[in-house]
Design a protein around this ligand. Sequence first.
Ligand SMILES: Nc1ncnc2c1ncn2[C@@H]1O[C@H](COP(=O)(O)OP(=O)(O)OP(=O)(O)O)[C@@H](O)[C@H]1O
Ligand SMILES: [Mg+2]
Length: 62
Amino acid sequence: MARTISIGGQNFEIIRTRGYFYIDKTSFLSEWWEGGDSVTLITRPRRFGKTLNMSMTEQFFL
Ligand SMILES: Nc1ncnc2c1ncn2[C@@H]1O[C@H](COP(=O)(O)OP(=O)(O)OP(=O)(O)O)[C@@H](O)[C@H]1O
Ligand SMILES: [Mg+2]
């Protein structure tokens, strides 16, 4: 069954618990952590999932 796209959704917990369409980007966590950088600059265009990725990272470290 097709999943609903959460247009405008930026909250990882809501997107996952309500079962909205989600492209798994959780591998970002290990890549970023193992990189060991003290500062990370994320340069991506608008609507590329930056805020949702930050929400995912926040949830992981809760
Ligand atoms: N991993 C993902 N899986 C499914 N949909 C996604 C994913 N990442 C982003 N989206 C979709 O793209 C939309 C934009 O994501 P988000 O607001 O995180 O982007 P942004 O890069 O922070 O944008 P802006 O530059 O405007 O702040 C989300 O509301 C969601 O609908
Ligand atoms: Mg944003």
